[in-house]
Design a protein around this ligand. Structure first.
Ligand SMILES: *[C@@H]1O[C@H](CO)[C@@H](O)[C@H](O)[C@H]1NC(C)=O
Ligand SMILES: *[C@@H]1O[C@H](CO)[C@@H](O)[C@H](O)[C@H]1NC(C)=O
Length: 378
């Protein structure tokens, strides 16, 4: 059961030859340049995508090369070898085609969200998915794992239609996992930040690295992956977690270096939302604060999500498919009536809506958002 719940979410390994094994051949440059032109015409004209607009008549390698250089410059991309650079460029060209096709279908009204070129545009989907959203690596804990408390939804209270904990000052800036699969640590730290803020009125950025380095006895696997509840329990048993300032992020495994003189926040336990219950999740988010949760992030539509309400009919809602940890910081309803969860991700602020995304809400527990949801007691 524990293995079933493992969440890993590595980011952006470069140069791993195995990921190039099954890629399709490079499409002809002219065909690609055509695609690129269409992509540039159809994409939202912001950021990197605005730089892709070029004279449609001047198709060709030059334009492709320019786009590729712009992409590399925009996201500080450097590659270890010339071979890798060539393969990354091929991925980039392929992804531009995919994004173009997606946004074309979007404009026909089929999708509720758009895609955009982002820093993952040099990764193939199967690479992105296996690195960012690995699965099933959680070992037997060496300490007794505490049972969570049950969430009892508040009765006799009015639950608002919209909540955004950003607006209430309970959410710290979006972080980037970098080359490490520590999504669970970012999710857990974010929930402790929010609940500590509700308790003290002070918002302090807490240390995911502290959780990555120190929760191995609880079954987590550092930069390979882990779960939020053992992280909450560690903070309780340890009587503290350091702040980000006191224990900075390294994006790699390291030894546990908790500084006992700086307990910047504490937990006293954790509470689990009934599995799959979106209404209970809504009440918890409305009445208590941000809630840690997991989703199936394995669909290729997630890689280039830009804005709108994420909904992919292929997204799985069964617990065994959950492979990425995130933080639910609110919910609401779009003007067209679409209900959504407002979710903080840890792919950096340049992904999605400033690092956040909206996920379809009350759509049969879409992507399993309510399956593994919990929050710390502080
Ligand atoms: C990181 O540490 C975990 C154990 O906490 C281990 O399973 C994993 O292999 C390590 N990863 C690396 C890259 O050393
Ligand atoms: C998953 O979605 C289906 C409908 O597509 C629904 O019947 C089922 O109850 C959902 N399962 C979970 C675990 O939420």
């Amino acid at each position: 059961m524990l293995a079933k719940l493992s969440l890993i979410c590595l980011i952006l390994g470069t140069g791993d030859a195995q990921f190039f094994g099954s890629r399709s051949p490079l499409p002809s440059l002219t065909k690609t340049a055509n695609k690129l032109t269409n992509a540039a015409t159809n994409l939202p004209k912001t950021g990197i995508n605005s730089l892709l607009s070029f004279n449609p008549l001047k198709l060709a390698e030059e334009a492709l090369d320019n786009s590729w250089s712009t992409f590399q410059g925009s996201f500080d991309k450097t590659y270890k070898t010339a071979e890798e650079a060539i393969l990354r460029k091929e991925n980039f060209i392929e992804n531009i085609g995919k994004i173009e096709n997606f946004n074309k279908i979007y404009s026909s009204g089929k999708y509720s969200f758009v895609q955009q070129i982002n820093k993952f545009a040099d990764m193939l989907h199967h690479e992105f998915n296996s690195i960012l959203n690995g699965f099933g690596r959680f070992h037997a804990p060496r300490v007794p794992i505490q049972k969570s408390s049950s969430f009892i939804p508040s009765a006799n209270v009015h639950i608002p239609d919209n909540i955004d904990w950003n607006e209430k000052g309970a959410v710290t800036p979006v972080k980037s996992q970098g080359l490490c699969g520590g999504c669970y640590a970012f999710s857990a730290a974010g929930a402790i930040e929010g609940h500590t803020y509700r308790k003290t009125g002070v918002l302090t950025e807490l240390s995911p690295q502290n959780l990555i380095d120190c929760t191995d006895p609880y079954g987590n696997e550092g930069c390979v992956g882990g779960l939020m509840d053992p992280a909450f329990q560690y903070v309780k048993d340890n009587t503290g977690i350091n702040s980000l300032v006191n224990y900075p992020y390294e994006a790699k495994n390291d030894t546990c270096r908790y500084k006992v003189q700086n307990p910047d926040a504490e937990t006293t336990g954790f509470v689990t939302i009934p599995e799959g219950d979106e209404n209970a999740l809504k009440i918890a988010v409305a009445t208590l604060g941000p809630v840690s949760a997991a989703i199936d992030a394995s669909q290729d539509t997630f890689q280039f999500y830009s804005s709108g309400v994420y909904f992919d009919e292929k997204c799985k809602n069964e617990t065994m498919y959950m492979n990425h940890a995130i933080l639910v910081v609110g919910y609401g309803v779009e003007q067209d009536g679409k209900e959504y969860w407002l979710v903080k991700n840890s792919y950096g602020p340049e992904w999605g809506i400033g690092g956040f995304f909206k996920l379809a809400r009350n759509a049969n527990n879409h992507c399993g958002i309510a399956n593994i949801a919990s929050f710390p007691l502080v």
